[in-house]
Write a protein that binds this ligand. Structure first.
Ligand code: MTE
Ligand code: QUE
Ligand code: MOS
Length: 760
């Protein structure tokens, strides 16, 4: 089974936004943005720029007919700056020109003056000065304050975690066309077509039904196009409607890197208490989230950090506080894992510190504290169908981990310049949007009279293979050949009120909806078949591989004939169906509930080797036993697991975002921001899927795969630290991600007077 896009991608036939043949007369837009991180706009003179030949218009907030407001969860984000700017890259004006070259020349002619205001880029500094997005949020269970007295050992420390650039291959963009009646059609590269539609409606002051949003496919989203595809789509629509002509706005790479938000950097303080057997008794943590200048999805991201603060461990007393800090950086946003990875990183750091102080291997502490069936997650959900221990044990068995640990030890005894490290990384990731209302989807299925089938859902294809999964789910439901199915573009006139394709729920929600719609049609077809064949009981009719069966006996009736008969008998061959995840709720007063339909589990073992002269390292292997229920498409899932692992490793190793104190992004190109290439990817990735796992909440018993594997990357970080500790067991390593080669090198020699360690 091949991902349906595979051949088209390889041949270059797949159509992305920028590949569309644009309507004649289409104009091109370029954003004029702030070059300072905080200040008042004292003067803005567009006259000289406007007078340039080929410049059609330059729009500012004054051209907005509705509200200058695109904030999703919190209404704190203007589409175009009015009197003040809050980050470098904040859009101020939209230059509309006959060509992009002209627009670029005009950009240089815009005359602007600022009065600069103080800049904050650090979340703790923002917290101290009272610059917050919202009030802090605390989740808790038990009583940590009482529990410290029962702990034999207590450790406290600070952890710093870097952000991450999404680096989708296709940059942000949209193409808007005015349509009759004052409406607009927006072709957008977004994960959230309805978010675009809703924001455009507010800004343009026209009802949502006059705005059609269509999404072809994305050249990657990774969360970066969940909320942050919206401004560009709305800007192009604003210009298109004002000028009554199609307008295309696609960010170039430098603009995209500078203007858009990233994964949230965090700083955190933890305190962990254990008994003498290594059981965690209490855990207290405060997360300082660097939200950037406006809320975007930060509050939801922060909440997921709290949900995952204990990773796959059961801890009886927990108190976790999240503080969303407002800084003068572009608004940080959703990124694969949605805050979960940051929460999980801190508990892993705490266990690392505790293990070091206790002189025991970290994996022993991890193993002792894994969550078991019928334990309670500290946000109140009873742990059911828990596969944490199964994955852990299966990994130890499959990958001979004890033997590997011995081999690493032996290698380290025999080598001075190279050291190896090994780490275990169990994961536990809750599936469902934690804002329960988002867990809904619908599908529209048409069976055409030739027997071919068109499927529309809310799912956005961004390389994750959701179309392939929905195709398989539909084909299996009807029991027809997969070539009969076509997945349509994602369009708000066919499927309304869509949740973004996010939270790894795309295949679950939309796959379930597509199955329900297909079943509706199938039930009607069975009645047609029964009548046609002269049987009374349609319940005994089955379709298998396009052939109608009665009581498990083959009949003469085949799919195409059946469809034609149904049509001729005026039977509805279309169905719209709706799916909402059952059994989920969350009480935000108590911060307790049952937010997730289920959890995804897994355990990875990661081994790395560092070069102690150069600080460079290699990830030798990542091997994981991952629980994905009953896979819909093994290769798609394997691709997701491998891609997620490499992206997670990149985040914590080589990808380093650098901002200057004045809020300028220094790592603003691919020569200064390093993403993992084939040389920094693990030499070997082996993923085994946990056997005999089935999931009642997923289509065809599958489990979500999109985000969870990224978190195995956390193990790569700690495997490198393990190797550093093998070089010199006395160095005190500050937990600060990413652990770049520079950091490895400077840390190795920080506290030792000699270059070569004692043993030599
Ligand atoms: N895989 C590819 N190739 N490209 C992407 O943009 N996004 C990830 C993940 N895998 C992404 C991807 C993120 S952030 C999410 S939430 C899920 O895919 C969304 O798709 P799903 O819900 O269908 O798994
Ligand atoms: C995971 C997610 C999202 C989430 C919660 C998750 C997400 C998202 C939202 C969200 C929350 C409240 C809103 C809203 C969106 O929550 O992607 O518009 O009002 O958009 O656990 O991925
Ligand atoms: Mo994914 S971060 O939920 O788009």
């Amino acid at each position: 089974m091949k991902n349906e896009d595979l051949i088209k991608h390889v041949k270059g036939e797949s159509k992305f936004l920028d590949d569309l043949i644009i309507p004649g007369g289409t104009l091109h837009a370029l954003i004029f943005d702030s070059v300072i991180a905080h200040g008042k706009i004292k003067k803005l003179n567009l006259e000289k720029a406007k007078s340039l030949k080929g410049i059609v218009d330059i729009l500012t907030f004054r051209d907005i007919p509705g509200k200058n407001q695109i904030g999703n969860i919190i209404a704190d984000e203007s589409l175009l700056a009015e009197n003040e700017v809050h980050y470098v890259g904040e859009p101020i004006a939209i230059i509309v020109a006959d060509t992009l070259e002209t627009a670029k020349r005009a950009k240089a002619l815009i005359d602007i003056e600022f009065e600069e205001l103080p800049v904050i880029t650090d979340p703790r500094e923002a917290y101290k000065s009272g610059s917050l997005i919202t009030e802090p949020v605390t989740f808790s269970m038990g009583d940590v304050d009482d529990a410290w007295a029962n702990c034999d050992l207590i450790f406290e420390d600070q952890v710093d975690i870097g952000g991450q650039e999404h680096l989708y291959l296709e940059t942000q963009g949209a193409l808007s066309q005015p349509v009759e009646g004052g409406g607009v059609k927006i072709i957008s590269s977004t994960q959230g077509p309805t978010a675009v539609q809703r924001a455009a409606s507010k800004v343009l002051n026209i009802p949502m039904h006059k705005i059609e949003v269509d999404v072809l496919r994305l050249g990657g989203g990774f969360g970066g196009k969940e909320d942050q595809a919206t401004p560009w789509a709305v800007m192009s629509a604003l210009a298109a409607l004002k000028l009554n002509i199609p307008v295309k706005l696609i960010l170039n790479r430098p603009d995209d890197l500078r203007m858009t938000g990233k994964r949230h950097p965090y700083s955190a303080d933890f305190k962990i208490g254990l008994d003498s057997n290594g059981k965690i008794i209490a855990y207290e943590v405060v997360f300082y989230q660097n939200a950037g200048a406006v809320a975007d999805l930060s509050t939801a991201v922060l909440e997921r950090t709290l949900f995952h603060a204990t990773n796959s461990y059961f801890i009886p007393n927990v108190k976790a506080t999240g503080i969303s800090c407002k800084t003068n950086l572009p608004p940080n946003t959703a990124f694969r894992g949605f805050g979960g990875p940051q929460g999980m990183f801190v508990i892993e750091a705490a266990l690392y510190k505790a293990a070091r102080k206790l002189g025991v291997p970290k994996y022993e502490l991890q193993e002792k504290n894994l969550i078991h069936e019928n334990d309670v997650f500290y946000y109140g959900q009873l742990a059911k169908n828990v596969n944490s221990v199964k994955c852990w044990n299966s990994a130890f068995e499959k990958y001979s981990i004890h033997k590997n640990i011995e081999e690493v030890k032996k290698f380290n005894e025999e080598n001075i310049l190279y050291k190896k490290g090994i780490a275990l990384m169990p994961i536990c990731f809750g599936i469902s949007f934690t804002s329960s209302f988002l867990n809904q989807a619908s599908a529209l299925v048409h069976v055409y009279t030739d027997g071919s089938i068109g499927v529309s859902t809310a799912a956005v294809e961004m390389g994750q293979g959701v179309n392939q999964k929905i195709k398989i789910a539909t084909a299996e439901t009807f029991s027809v050949n997969i070539s009969r199915i076509k997945i349509e573009s994602t369009n708000t006139t066919r499927i309304a009120n869509t949740s973004p394709t996010a939270a790894s729920t795309g295949a679950d929600l939309n796959g379930n909806a597509a199955i329900l719609a297909s079943k509706n049609i199938l039930d009607r077809l069975k009645k047609v078949a029964a009548k046609e064949l002269g049987f009374n009981d349609a319940g005994l009719i089955q379709i298998k591989n396009e052939i109608v069966f009665y009581k498990s006996e083959k009949t003469k009736l085949k799919w195409e004939e059946l469809i034609w008969k149904a049509y001729f008998n005026r039977i509805n061959l279309s169905s719209h169906a709706y799916y909402a995840t059952p059994d989920i709720y969350f009480n935000r007063t108590k911060n307790q509930g049952h937010p997730f339909a289920y959890h995804v589990f897994g355990t990875a073992v990661i081994q790395s080797k560092i070069d102690c002269l150069r600080g460079t390292y290699e990830i030798e292997y990542v091997k994981a036993v991952h629980d994905l229920g009953k896979s819909i498409d093994y290769k798609v899932d394997l691709g997701q697991a491998e891609g997620g692992i490499v992206q997670g490793i990149g985040w914590l190793t080589v990808e380093e975002l650098v901002q200057s104190r004045d809020g300028n992004l220094k790592s603003n190109s691919l020569s200064t921001y390093k993403i993992p290439d084939i040389y920094s990817a693990p030499q070997k990735i082996e993923v085994h899927f946990l056997e005999n796992s089935e999931n009642d909440y997923g289509p065809l018993k599958s489990k979500a795969i999109g985000e969870p594997p990224l978190m195995y990357g956390i193990g790569a970080y700690f495997s490198i630290l393990d190797a550093m500790n093998a070089f010199n067991k006395n160095i005190d390593i500050k937990i600060s991600a990413p652990v770049t080669p520079e950091k490895v090198l400077t840390t190795l020699y920080k506290s030792s007077k000699q270059l070569i360690p004692n043993e030599s």
